[in-house]
Ligand binder design. Sequence first.
Ligand SMILES: *Cc1c(COP(=O)(O)O)cnc(C)c1O
Length: 478
Amino acid sequence: MAAPQESVVHGSKANPKDLPSTDKLLRHCAPLLAEHGHTLVAAEARHLLDALRLRVLAGQASAAQLALEPLAQQLAQRVQQRLSPRMRAVINLTGTVIHTNLGRALLADAALQPLLQLMASPNNLEYDLGSGGRGDRDDVVEGLLCELTGAEAATVVNNNAAAVLLGIAALARGREVIVSRGELVEIGGAFRMPDVMASAGAVMVEVGTTNRTHARDYEQAINERTALLMKVHTSNYQVQGFTAAVQEAELAAIAHARGLPLMSDLGSGALVDLSQWGLPAEPLPQQMLAAGCDVVSFSGDKLLGGPQAGLIVGRLDVIQKIRKFPMKRALRMSKLPMAVLEATLRLYLRPEKLTETLPTLRLLTRPLAVIEAQARSLQPLVHAAVAPRYAVVTAAMQGQIGSGSLPVARLPSAGLVIAPQGGRNLGSALDKLSRALRELPEPVIGRIADDKLWLDLRCLEDSAHLSRQLPALQEALA
Ligand SMILES: *Cc1c(COP(=O)(O)O)cnc(C)c1O
């Protein structure tokens, strides 16, 4: 939207005495008052008139701007704006499929459709329809999680950060947890393993070095204060070169020989082997359990493709201990994500259909040729909307899975590169373009690099989402 040209006053200047009062404006807006009530409409009327008064006093308003009809229209617009949600759908053309800033996994249709009715009525979240007695909300998903991962038991909390915190607190509060120096990860949003250990009340014992940790490092650190051995999946970085880590199976043997449990924070964790679609393999919770881990935690909204959730699977006695720990009550999941999680997990009962039913996998497996063809067909349309100030070309791109999943893997993709023309002020032309895209009815989020704006089309399943907004883009840039 262009900035209003405040200094130019058309027609005669407004006289402050002619400003309508709030009451007078409101009397002119009966239908608006009837629809929304007095509180909101009157507050917005006062704000509107306050702003107008300042402009009148500064000699920046015309007499025509004090007429009731245009003011009533502006008031209706302001009320509408106040009532429209701040959280909106955007179009993710960043090339990162699971983008934390853009809400991570897109939820499956099958998970969303039943929600409206389910959330607006009472449900059996903690009610056992068989016995008529109290149930446990974990029951909603525990059976599915056990079936999908081979675990004896499972529980869920609000996110994986909570799952890790709870697991460590329940199993090792006041005692020592042994972890490799190569696995002291920091995830975005101030989740750092040493701080999590401290918050959980455990004493972290680091062993090995940044690049190499051996079985004997763990063995030598174990003493009578040790409560837990911990493996952390280094989900958002990779150490290369002269490296060594102790794999879960070997570490489980070391832990179990001393009667200690082994916990694995898997980060993303996928429930199906991604390499069957040519994607890089991500460790599976079922593999970790089979290797001997006693408890494994992972996220619901990363590769799993569901709602924000922390899933904890493992041995029955260990899960029981976690479930009974008081902090669990503070971290328990609400019915809304629980319903979405259940429906998402049920999609995994038909693994052959996942690339259709689960949006995350659908996007990750979109064929490159389809994305390239989409780029070719959109190029002339986008070019027409931004020319002559900008040029648009199709280009090969390297996307990523995102959210700390498979950090070094790149997803071959395709899209449009928009470059400002003319040598001067490239930066401000680029800013203007990215702002215009963000201010579209469906905001478009791209990526700026090399003085150009990159729009990766992997996550644009329906070209119309972009093309129908091109007239608005053209207008904004004019
Ligand atoms: C993402 C991640 C977490 C945090 O999970 P959230 O679901 O975002 O809370 C913890 N540990 C690892 C290794 C992760 O990759």
